[in-house]
Design a protein around this ligand. Structure first.
Ligand code: GTP
Ligand code: MG
Length: 594
């Protein structure tokens, strides 16, 4: 017997026929408990109300839900190919919550549109949600075809209108199926009422959907939960323990811990109270001992070096569903839980917010309220190993804790970290350089090259200070060069794209270009001076990676945004130019001496 299972979700505008479709699927695949259909039909007759297939669901729910709380009604039916678990989401808030927290993850979706009413508000919203949740396998059921005399033109019009809309969301439905759920047309087999339609029935289409690979077939991921030390008999082995989320591991495999990058080989696999084994796979809680002595902490991710690697970084783009009492805001620290890792988390950018109760869209909103869905860029305090939701769900999903409570759930869409070393090297490799070293140039110019970078909030007088410094250095026979990039010195709201998704990458690009400029100027022996608003740790990391090994002389004017870097000079907003210049010059002299 085939045991393959697939989770599907059914969505659509109110009353367009979701429950009827499910009722039909259950009835027409003989998946109902014996006598259920007759019982419900009789009950309807007794109460002289017309029978509805949707009533079957209520009847089942009453039976199933005794004493159990379930957010969504789950129904089961099977084809010769596989078993289906269909989730009838009662409302999109519950649906989103279940999807994002992993309580229910659908591999495919059916979206129902009433042929008579046409595309409604929720037909669009739900299309958007499917796209957001990364559900790529979608079939659109154009229902109640009986109400429009099974007219092909009505169907075609809905197909073309909705296709245009979905393609904008990058959702490409596998099929549009014209159906009448009430009459059972095109549900399990093709109906005589719509001879013009030769495509798959709903059931056939479901069987067409591809099953995601089983957890065991995915790359190996073991989030490290604990490290135990044997104490008996001066045995100094360590056991690395955790539950295998995906994939499998065998004795002799070379393993790698992320983010530390430490490697070793599996010596034994131990399981509580059972004899040693040669391999273990997804779902099993195991302890692993290694060939060599290495020190790694719980929270790291053990992977196999022959498998596809996980992402490592400090920044990622994610979709989140917020449930917190207070809104998610920038500038506040939260706690991230991803697999066994714990990190401090903050929001770098709120790219896009959708109000899930109204499902209204706001690109401008700068906080994420309870029940909002949002696309954000997050930063963690230390490198983190993770996967993208599209690759491995188990390590591509996280929870945000605020004030000791779970306040949000999210799925990782993209690694948004830069690889500083790579960026630096790439740019260097783009130039052929001469034979005169920076040292020789500095000797000739009788000065030490430096990169003086002024940062702090907007409007604190950085540019005037930079120009004054350039002038004074020049007058004291130093070669100083000031250049400030417009894009790094403008108010956020002035940016060309109004701070949308691309705003993030453009700023990154600008920071990188500034780094390159600094590198050129300092290699040429100059004292290069520049200014940029609101640089944070991430920007400074990137700048340093590109600009060269040595640190820029950071002059912070006004409030400070970065933490990991220590500014050489800290000034109040709009400082006294004369004193400030003198102070910076002293630091430059000290650097020269030291
Ligand atoms: P909610 O759960 O309330 O959002 O509704 P739903 O989408 O589950 O719709 P449901 O299946 O309850 O159907 C709503 C109404 O449409 C019911 O009265 C159904 O009998 C009717 N209906 C469903 N499918 C068809 C159909 O193919 N043809 C006709 N004529 N009526 C249908
Ligand atoms: Mg319903």
């Amino acid at each position: 017997m085939n045991q393959e299972r697939m989770n599907i979700v059914i969505v659509g505008h109110v009353d367009h026929g979701k429950s009827t479709v499910i009722g039909r699927l259950l009835a027409d695949t003989d998946s109902l408990p014996k006598g259920k259909l007759e019982q419900v039909k009789r009950m309807c007759a007794d109460n002289s109300r017309p029978f509805e297939y949707a009533f079957l669901l209520d009847a089942l729910k009453d039976e199933q839900a005794q004493g159990i709380t379930i957010d969504s009604a789950r129904c089961f039916f099977k084809t010769t190919k596989r078993h289906y678990i269909v989730i009838d989401a009662p409302g999109h808030i519950e649906f989103l919550k279940n999807m994002v927290t992993g309580a229910a993850r659908a591999e495919a979706a059916l979206l129902v549109i009433d042929a008579n009413e046409g595309i409604q508000e929720n037909s669009r919203r739900h299309g958007y949600l499917l796209s957001m949740l990364g559900i790529r396998q979608v079939a659109i059921l154009v229902n109640k075809m009986d109400l429009v005399d099974y007219d092909e033109t009505v169907f075609r019009n809905i197909v073309s209108e909705y296709t245009v809309f979905l393609n904008k969301l990058d959702v490409h439905p596998q099929a549009f199926v014209p159906i009448s759920a009430r009459e059972g047309d095109n549900i399990v087999s093709n109906a005589d009422s719509m001879k013009w339609y030769t495509g798959a029935s709903v059931l056939e289409q479901l069987d067409e959907f591809r099953k995601e690979p089983g957890k065991t077939r995915l790359p190996f991921r073991l989030p490290l939960q604990d490290v135990y030390k044997f104490t008996a008999n001066s045995d100094d082995r360590r056991i690395f323990a955790g539950t295998i989320e995906t994939g499998s591991v065998s004795v002799g495999d070379e393993v790698l811990f992320l983010p530390s990058g430490k490697r070793s080989r599996v010596k034994t696999i131990e399981e509580f109270n059972t004899p040693q084994r040669v391999s273990a796979s997804a779902g099993e809680a195991v302890g692993v001992t290694l060939d060599t002595q290495i020190y790694v902490k719980p929270g790291e991710m053990m992977i196999k070096s022959t498998d596809e690697s996980a992402n490592v970084g400090t920044r990622f783009k994610a979709n989140i569903f917020w449930m917190g009492k207070s809104p998610l805001v920038k500038g506040k620290n939260y706690k991230l839980k991803l697999a066994s890792a714990r990190r401090q988390l903050s929001v770098v950018d709120i790219v896009h917010v959708v109000d899930a109760s109204a499902l209204e869209d706001s690109a401008r909103k700068q906080q994420v309220d309870r029940h909002d869905v949002a696309e954000c860029i997050f930063e963690v305090d230390k490198p983190l190993a993770f996967d993208l939701i599209s690759d491995i769900e188990e390590s591509g999903r996280f929870v945000i804790v605020d004030d000791y409570e779970i306040a949000g759930g999210g799925i990782v869409l993209e690694n948004a970290s830069h690889d500083g070393a790579r960026v630096g090297d790439e740019w260097l490799n783009a130039w052929a350089l001469g034979a005169v070293s920076r040292n020789e140039r500095e000797g000739r110019l009788q000065q030490t090259a430096n990169f003086v970078l002024m940062t702090g909030p907007e409007g604190t007088g950085k540019r005037d200070l930079a120009r004054a410094l350039e002038k004074q250095l020049f007058e004291s026979e130093r070669l100083a060069f000031y250049a400030g990039m417009y894009s790094l010195n403008k108010n956020d709201n002035d940016t060309v794209d109004g701070g949308s998704t691309t705003g993030q990458t453009r700023r990154g690009d600008a920071v990188q270009r500034l780094g390159e400029m600094a590198r050129i100027m300092t290699d040429a022996g100059q004292i290069f001076i520049s200014t940029a608003h609101d640089l944070d740790d991430y920007d400074l990391d990137l700048l340093q990676a590109v600009a060269g090994k040595e640190r820029p002389v950071i002059v912070n004017v006004g409030d400070k945004l970065f933490n990991r870097f220590e500014p050489e000079v800290e000034l109040e907003a709009n400082p006294n130019t004369h004193e400030a210049v003198a102070q910076i010059k002293r630091v430059l002299e000290q650097r020269r001496a030291g």
